[in-house]
Design a protein around this ligand. Structure first.
Ligand code: AMP
Length: 621
């Protein structure tokens, strides 16, 4: 398949901010993709060549990219840096300089998706000293054969910043549009004269139906009987919109179990909806973890999860998903990154103390001070997660204790649909607790506000963050924030937001970025909700400092405008505030009063930050 075909889709997707149009373009591309390339195309659409759980990561350094552009185009690096300064995007630099060169030489080979994918993968897999030249050669080889426009996307992909604005939701919807419309029962006639499923857009011309959510038109055809579709609900044939939502939900569930859109797409293409039943949790492949809603009182906790409820201590550590199979243990973070090497001692403890040949258990790893036997806040141990060298040394200095609270797979049986009460009973049976190594999360079945409050006070006395309320009869919902578990913490309100811009400070703070633009998510779009310039420290010894934050943000700068810079939305922070107000100034329509940065949330992914509907809910409260 020609890479130009993918680039055409990139251009179209990048040129619109409307999710429906992005989805439309992607599904067209997916339909045109041969089966054997679906995995590659889907990863490249996500701006990568590795699935999330692969420890190899993209992110070629800008200096290396400059060298490669220089080699491919014959421009000197000074010229490249000049062009870069003007655009702030090395992808655009590659495009411009390849264009200049192409005016002189006419020679151009066609690039295939396979070639681009394999060179990018080779570059990202190479490590260590002495590989720079080889990497430059591989990248230059691609850029030499690329058209200017192709060069832009090759460079961006390698740098790890594709910037076409495709989120998980849009990709999932495109897969459904591409491979599932045939199972929709009722089709309509669009204004453009083509056959349209009864959604609010035309599958032929891509136009949104101006009449709103329900398509207008005359029923012209029943495409396929739905009776062969095995599902666990009665298919609402009379309401295709509801059925469409059901398809989306089933597809999302399959993704939450596999984190692999390629696999989901191939199954849907081959076997349709019924194929999703064959998608199972695979040991060694992380599943998305179940997420928590926030409640503001113990009463609200009971309202959400029912009475009686299970309450757990809420530990201030980081999520650890533990897989065991074939005598080996593997550990994953909440963002599905593998950390087995970084926490080899934890894997060993699990091997020695948890009964069972195969399992997936879910817990929280908490740091502690071996001298004082006191728990430490997450920040103090977060450096262990990304550590690549001196791992044993740091493991001794910053030990962690694993607290297990769930089990979703055990000895060949998937327990996701089992009620929590059963799963928790299993946790208690299979774990041999050893203080400071592995524990069963402290929990209690409670029925009254008084019992829950006492439990909360106990957790706070031990220095924990708060408590979790859990629904005893609920299944485990991978990736879901559905209220099967809720967190209850002391009062200062806080939300997680992403930094999209910043401003250089004044006077003795002029070397630091000291004020940060904060944004929430609305679908795939980032909308501003305020600016924070407090909460950070002057010195790193005291905690997260302005200088630490500046070091994090500087490499992410994409545009400079006087003192203000725009940055890639990568740094997620927990922000405290006193109140939410309506605001005409910020694009979200809301503003936080007295926002202050509490801490970094390196464990969270962009799609986990607060959404506009979260803010609306909080505002109403
Ligand atoms: P938050 O990170 O503030 O959204 O809170 C949810 C997180 O609390 C989960 O993702 C876990 O990492 C963590 N946590 C700590 N203790 C527990 C527990 N007993 N049960 C579930 N999650 C817990």
């Amino acid at each position: 398949m020609d890479y130009s075909q993918l680039v055409k889709a990139y251009n179209k997707v990048e040129s619109t901010s409307k999710r429906i149009e992005k989805t439309w373009e992607i599904q067209k591309l997916l339909k045109a993709t041969p089966d054997e390339l679906l995995d590659e195309i889907i990863l490249l659409l996500q701006g990568t060549v590795f699935p999330v759980w692969d420890s190899r990561k993209l992110g070629v350094a800008s200096q290396l990219m400059q060298k490669a552009i220089a080699t491919a185009t014959g421009m000197n690096e000074k010229e490249i840096i000049e062009t870069w300064k003007n655009t702030g995007d090395l992808g655009l630099v590659a495009e411009e300089l390849v264009k200049k060169k192409k005016q002189v030489t006419l020679f151009q080979r066609k690039l295939s998706v396979e070639k681009v994918y394999s060179n990018i993968q080779k570059v990202a897999s190479m490590g260590g000293a002495g590989t720079v030249n080889r990497k430059v050669q591989l990248i230059a080889e691609l850029l030499t054969s690329a058209s200017p426009n192709e060069a832009k996307y090759i460079a961006r992909t390698l740098l790890g910043v594709l910037r076409i604005g495709v989120g998980e939701g849009a990709l999932r919807d495109s897969i459904v549009w591409a491979f599932l419309p045939k199972v929709l029962g009722v089709f309509f006639l669009c204004e453009c004269g083509k056959i349209v499923p009864q959604w609010n857009f035309c599958l032929e011309c891509g136009k949104e139906n101006p009449s709103g959510t329900e398509a207008k038109g005359e029923i012209i055809e029943k495409v396929e009987e739905l009776k062969n579709v095995k599902t666990d609900i009665v298919i609402p044939k009379s309401n295709p919109r509801e059925f469409y939502n059901y398809l989306i939900e089933r597809t999302q569930d399959a993704y939450n179990l596999t984190n692999d859109f390629g696999r989901v797409a191939k199954v849907l293409k081959k076997s349709g909806l019924i194929g999703l039943d064959t998608i199972e949790l695979e040991l060694g492949n992380p599943i998305k973890v179940m997420l928590a809603l926030k409640v503001d009182s113990v009463e609200e906790g009971f309202e959400r999860v029912g009475v009686p409820a299970l309450v757990d201590h809420k530990y201030d550590g980081f999520r650890m998903q533990v897989h065991k199979s074939n005598g080996k243990v593997r550990l994953f973070t909440r963002r599905l990154e593998e950390v087995t090497k970084q926490f080899a001692e934890v894997a060993q403890v699990v091997l020695e103390t948890v009964k069972g040949d195969s399992f997936v258990i879910d817990g929280e790893a908490i740091g502690f001070d071996p001298k004082t036997s006191k728990y430490k806040p997450f920040q103090d141990i977060s450096q262990r997660i990304k550590r690549k060298y001196d791992i044993e040394e740091i493991a001794k200095k910053l030990p962690v204790e694993l607290n297990i609270f769930d089990c979703v797979y055990y000895n060949g049986k998937n327990l996701i649909k089992e009620p929590l009460e059963k799963r928790r009973a299993l946790v208690e049976k299979i774990i041999n607790p050893i203080k400071w190594k592995i524990q069963i999360a402290t929990a209690k079945k409670v029925s009254t506000a008084k019992e829950a409050t006492e439990f909360f006070d106990g957790a706070m006395k031990l220095g924990h963050e708060g408590i979790m309320f859990k629904n005893l009869s609920a299944p485990y919902k991978p990736g879901g924030r559905v209220g099967y578990m809720c967190k209850f913490k002391p009062s200062m309100a806080e939300i997680d937001l992403v930094i999209t811009g910043a401003e250089w400070g004044e006077g003795k703070r002029s070397a630091w970025l000291t004020s940060y633009d904060l944004a929430l998510l609305d679908g795939d779009t980032l909308l501003k909700v305020g600016k924070a310039s407090t909460g950070l420290k002057e010195k790193s010894e005291e905690g997260l400092s302005f200088s630490d934050m500046t070091n994090l943000l500087k490499p992410l700068i994409t545009k400079t405008d006087g003192k203000h810079v725009t940055v890639e939305p990568k740094i997620i922070v927990e922000v405290g505030y006193q109140e939410i107000q309506k605001s005409p100034t910020y694009s979200s329509g809301f503003a936080l009063r007295f926002p202050t940065v509490i801490r970094l949330r390196e464990d969270k992914a962009l799609d986990e930050i607060a959404s506009r509907s979260d803010i609306i809910l909080l505002f109403k409260k």
